[in-house]
Design a protein around this ligand. Sequence first.
Ligand code: ADP
Ligand code: C5P
Ligand code: MG
Length: 202
Amino acid sequence: MADPAKYNVIFVLGGPGAGKGTQCAKIVKEFDFVHLSAGDLLRAERRDPESEYGEEIDEHIKNGSIVPVAITCSLLERGMKQAKEKDDKDYFLVDGFPRNRDNLDGWNAQMSERVNLLTVLLFSCGEDVCVKRCIKRGETSGRADDNLESLKKRIATYNESTKPVIEHYRELSLVSEVPADRSPEEVFEDVKVIIKKIISSS
Ligand code: ADP
Ligand code: C5P
Ligand code: MG
Protein backbone atom coordinates (compact mmCIF):
# COMPACT_ATOMS: atom_id res chain seq x y z
CA MET A 1 0.00 0.00 0.00
CA ALA A 2 1.16 3.55 -0.78
CA ASP A 3 2.10 5.55 2.32
CA PRO A 4 -0.34 8.49 2.29
CA ALA A 5 2.21 10.70 4.02
CA LYS A 6 4.69 10.34 1.16
CA TYR A 7 5.05 11.78 -2.30
CA ASN A 8 4.95 9.01 -4.93
CA VAL A 9 7.56 9.79 -7.55
CA ILE A 10 8.59 8.53 -10.97
CA PHE A 11 11.90 9.93 -12.19
CA VAL A 12 11.86 10.41 -15.97
CA LEU A 13 15.23 10.23 -17.69
CA GLY A 14 16.68 9.99 -21.19
CA GLY A 15 18.92 12.06 -23.44
CA PRO A 16 18.00 15.53 -24.66
CA GLY A 17 15.11 15.14 -27.11
CA ALA A 18 14.35 11.54 -26.11
CA GLY A 19 10.71 12.58 -25.61
CA LYS A 20 10.48 12.94 -21.82
CA GLY A 21 8.23 16.00 -21.91
CA THR A 22 6.06 14.59 -24.71
CA GLN A 23 5.44 11.33 -22.87
CA CYS A 24 4.87 13.07 -19.52
CA ALA A 25 2.13 15.18 -21.14
CA LYS A 26 0.48 11.99 -22.38
CA ILE A 27 0.72 10.36 -18.94
CA VAL A 28 -0.87 13.40 -17.27
CA LYS A 29 -3.80 13.24 -19.71
CA GLU A 30 -4.56 9.64 -18.87
CA PHE A 31 -3.40 9.18 -15.28
CA ASP A 32 -3.55 11.24 -12.09
CA PHE A 33 0.07 12.45 -12.16
CA VAL A 34 1.54 15.93 -11.84
CA HIS A 35 4.38 16.68 -14.27
CA LEU A 36 7.35 18.59 -12.86
CA SER A 37 10.15 19.15 -15.36
CA ALA A 38 13.37 20.21 -13.64
CA GLY A 39 14.44 22.00 -16.85
CA ASP A 40 11.12 23.88 -17.12
CA LEU A 41 11.30 24.91 -13.45
CA LEU A 42 14.88 26.15 -13.92
CA ARG A 43 13.92 28.12 -17.04
CA ALA A 44 11.01 29.71 -15.15
CA GLU A 45 13.29 30.58 -12.23
CA ARG A 46 15.81 32.12 -14.66
CA ARG A 47 13.06 34.34 -16.11
CA ASP A 48 12.03 35.59 -12.65
CA PRO A 49 13.68 39.01 -12.21
CA GLU A 50 13.47 38.56 -8.42
CA SER A 51 15.56 35.38 -8.51
CA GLU A 52 19.09 35.50 -7.18
CA TYR A 53 19.97 32.44 -9.25
CA GLY A 54 19.11 33.76 -12.73
CA GLU A 55 22.65 34.23 -14.04
CA GLU A 56 23.95 30.99 -12.55
CA ILE A 57 21.11 29.00 -14.13
CA ASP A 58 21.60 30.79 -17.46
CA GLU A 59 25.26 29.82 -17.60
CA HIS A 60 24.55 26.16 -16.84
CA ILE A 61 21.76 25.89 -19.39
CA LYS A 62 23.90 27.37 -22.17
CA ASN A 63 26.79 25.07 -21.26
CA GLY A 64 24.61 21.98 -20.87
CA SER A 65 26.01 21.59 -17.37
CA ILE A 66 24.03 20.82 -14.23
CA VAL A 67 22.75 23.44 -11.80
CA PRO A 68 23.62 22.79 -8.12
CA VAL A 69 21.07 20.48 -6.53
CA ALA A 70 20.06 22.87 -3.74
CA ILE A 71 18.43 25.12 -6.34
CA THR A 72 16.77 22.37 -8.41
CA CYS A 73 15.64 20.27 -5.47
CA SER A 74 13.99 23.24 -3.75
CA LEU A 75 12.07 24.06 -6.97
CA LEU A 76 10.90 20.45 -7.23
CA GLU A 77 9.95 20.28 -3.57
CA ARG A 78 7.99 23.53 -3.86
CA GLY A 79 6.14 22.16 -6.91
CA MET A 80 5.21 18.95 -5.13
CA LYS A 81 4.16 20.76 -1.95
CA GLN A 82 1.93 23.18 -3.87
CA ALA A 83 0.23 20.40 -5.84
CA LYS A 84 -0.31 18.41 -2.66
CA GLU A 85 -1.71 21.33 -0.65
CA LYS A 86 -3.76 22.89 -3.43
CA ASP A 87 -5.07 19.86 -5.30
CA ASP A 88 -4.32 16.95 -2.97
CA LYS A 89 -1.97 15.37 -5.53
CA ASP A 90 0.23 12.44 -4.45
CA TYR A 91 1.74 11.16 -7.71
CA PHE A 92 4.53 13.04 -9.50
CA LEU A 93 6.57 12.72 -12.68
CA VAL A 94 9.91 14.31 -11.91
CA ASP A 95 11.30 14.86 -15.41
CA GLY A 96 15.00 15.39 -16.10
CA PHE A 97 16.16 14.61 -12.58
CA PRO A 98 18.46 13.30 -11.05
CA ARG A 99 20.94 14.26 -13.76
CA ASN A 100 24.21 13.67 -11.88
CA ARG A 101 25.69 12.49 -8.59
CA ASP A 102 25.15 15.90 -6.96
CA ASN A 103 21.40 15.74 -7.89
CA LEU A 104 21.15 12.21 -6.55
CA ASP A 105 22.95 12.87 -3.26
CA GLY A 106 21.13 16.16 -2.64
CA TRP A 107 17.74 14.58 -3.32
CA ASN A 108 18.49 11.63 -1.06
CA ALA A 109 19.58 13.95 1.75
CA GLN A 110 16.61 16.31 1.42
CA MET A 111 13.74 14.21 0.10
CA SER A 112 14.19 10.47 0.26
CA GLU A 113 12.43 9.98 3.61
CA ARG A 114 9.36 11.77 2.33
CA VAL A 115 9.31 10.06 -1.07
CA ASN A 116 8.27 6.68 -2.35
CA LEU A 117 10.27 6.20 -5.57
CA LEU A 118 8.07 4.09 -7.85
CA THR A 119 10.43 3.66 -10.79
CA VAL A 120 12.88 5.42 -13.08
CA LEU A 121 11.23 5.68 -16.48
CA LEU A 122 14.05 5.71 -19.00
CA PHE A 123 13.53 6.73 -22.62
CA SER A 124 16.40 5.32 -24.65
CA CYS A 125 17.08 6.95 -27.97
CA GLY A 126 20.05 7.17 -30.35
CA GLU A 127 22.13 10.34 -30.22
CA ASP A 128 21.49 11.22 -33.87
CA VAL A 129 17.73 11.01 -33.39
CA CYS A 130 17.97 13.12 -30.21
CA VAL A 131 20.00 15.82 -31.95
CA LYS A 132 17.66 15.95 -34.94
CA ARG A 133 14.62 16.34 -32.71
CA CYS A 134 16.19 19.11 -30.61
CA ILE A 135 17.37 21.05 -33.68
CA LYS A 136 13.83 20.83 -35.05
CA ARG A 137 12.39 21.85 -31.67
CA GLY A 138 14.82 24.81 -31.73
CA GLU A 139 12.98 26.26 -34.73
CA THR A 140 10.13 27.21 -32.40
CA SER A 141 11.15 26.56 -28.77
CA GLY A 142 13.12 29.75 -28.20
CA ARG A 143 15.43 27.65 -26.02
CA ALA A 144 19.02 28.88 -25.67
CA ASP A 145 20.30 25.29 -25.75
CA ASP A 146 18.53 23.75 -28.78
CA ASN A 147 21.53 24.40 -31.04
CA LEU A 148 24.32 22.11 -32.18
CA GLU A 149 27.00 23.61 -29.92
CA SER A 150 24.94 23.30 -26.72
CA LEU A 151 23.63 19.90 -27.77
CA LYS A 152 27.13 18.45 -28.00
CA LYS A 153 27.73 19.54 -24.42
CA ARG A 154 24.33 18.28 -23.24
CA ILE A 155 24.98 14.87 -24.76
CA ALA A 156 28.42 14.73 -23.17
CA THR A 157 26.86 15.61 -19.80
CA TYR A 158 24.26 12.89 -20.31
CA ASN A 159 26.90 10.27 -21.12
CA GLU A 160 29.35 11.27 -18.40
CA SER A 161 27.06 12.29 -15.54
CA THR A 162 23.53 10.96 -16.05
CA LYS A 163 24.34 7.44 -17.24
CA PRO A 164 26.09 6.55 -13.96
CA VAL A 165 22.93 7.64 -12.10
CA ILE A 166 20.88 5.35 -14.35
CA GLU A 167 23.32 2.51 -13.65
CA HIS A 168 22.90 3.15 -9.92
CA TYR A 169 19.13 2.70 -10.26
CA ARG A 170 19.57 -0.32 -12.55
CA GLU A 171 21.50 -2.02 -9.76
CA LEU A 172 18.51 -1.37 -7.51
CA SER A 173 16.21 -2.88 -10.21
CA LEU A 174 14.33 0.40 -10.40
CA VAL A 175 14.69 1.18 -14.11
CA SER A 176 11.79 0.77 -16.57
CA GLU A 177 13.35 1.26 -20.00
CA VAL A 178 11.34 2.15 -23.10
CA PRO A 179 12.84 2.38 -26.60
CA ALA A 180 11.98 5.92 -27.67
CA ASP A 181 13.07 6.13 -31.31
CA ARG A 182 9.55 5.26 -32.46
CA SER A 183 6.42 7.36 -32.92
CA PRO A 184 5.09 9.07 -29.74
CA GLU A 185 2.00 6.84 -29.90
CA GLU A 186 4.04 3.63 -30.08
CA VAL A 187 6.23 4.76 -27.19
CA PHE A 188 3.16 5.62 -25.13
CA GLU A 189 1.69 2.13 -25.59
CA ASP A 190 4.69 0.76 -23.64
CA VAL A 191 4.53 3.59 -21.12
CA LYS A 192 0.87 2.86 -20.35
CA VAL A 193 1.65 -0.76 -19.52
CA ILE A 194 4.38 0.35 -17.10
CA ILE A 195 2.27 3.02 -15.40
CA LYS A 196 -0.74 0.72 -14.99
CA LYS A 197 1.45 -1.95 -13.42
CA ILE A 198 2.99 0.56 -11.04
CA ILE A 199 -0.32 2.04 -9.99
CA SER A 200 -1.86 -1.36 -9.35
CA SER A 201 1.02 -2.41 -7.10
CA SER A 202 1.51 0.91 -5.25
P1 ADP B 1 12.81 15.90 -23.96
O1 ADP B 1 11.85 16.46 -22.94
O2 ADP B 1 13.25 14.52 -23.66
O3 ADP B 1 13.96 16.81 -24.26
P2 ADP B 1 10.64 16.43 -25.86
O4 ADP B 1 9.47 15.65 -25.39
O5 ADP B 1 10.64 17.89 -25.64
O6 ADP B 1 11.99 15.76 -25.33
O7 ADP B 1 10.79 16.11 -27.42
C1 ADP B 1 11.82 16.74 -28.19
C2 ADP B 1 11.26 17.08 -29.57
O8 ADP B 1 11.01 15.88 -30.29
C3 ADP B 1 9.94 17.87 -29.52
O9 ADP B 1 9.93 18.77 -30.58
C4 ADP B 1 8.90 16.75 -29.70
O10 ADP B 1 7.75 17.25 -30.34
C5 ADP B 1 9.61 15.74 -30.57
N1 ADP B 1 9.28 14.35 -30.24
C6 ADP B 1 9.02 13.83 -29.02
N2 ADP B 1 8.82 12.50 -29.08
C7 ADP B 1 8.96 12.17 -30.38
C8 ADP B 1 8.86 10.92 -31.11
N3 ADP B 1 8.58 9.78 -30.48
N4 ADP B 1 9.07 10.95 -32.43
C9 ADP B 1 9.36 12.10 -33.08
N5 ADP B 1 9.46 13.30 -32.47
C10 ADP B 1 9.26 13.34 -31.14
O1 C5P C 1 15.57 18.60 -19.23
P1 C5P C 1 15.89 19.79 -20.05
O2 C5P C 1 16.42 19.45 -21.43
O3 C5P C 1 14.77 20.79 -20.11
O4 C5P C 1 17.10 20.51 -19.31
C1 C5P C 1 17.68 21.67 -19.86
C2 C5P C 1 18.87 22.10 -19.04
O5 C5P C 1 18.47 22.46 -17.70
C3 C5P C 1 19.97 21.06 -18.84
O6 C5P C 1 20.82 20.92 -19.96
C4 C5P C 1 20.70 21.65 -17.62
O7 C5P C 1 21.53 22.73 -17.96
C5 C5P C 1 19.53 22.18 -16.79
N1 C5P C 1 19.10 21.14 -15.83
C6 C5P C 1 19.85 21.00 -14.66
N2 C5P C 1 19.51 20.04 -13.75
C7 C5P C 1 18.47 19.23 -13.96
C8 C5P C 1 17.68 19.36 -15.14
C9 C5P C 1 18.03 20.34 -16.05
O8 C5P C 1 20.82 21.72 -14.46
N3 C5P C 1 18.20 18.28 -13.07
MG1 MG D 1 12.02 18.20 -21.71
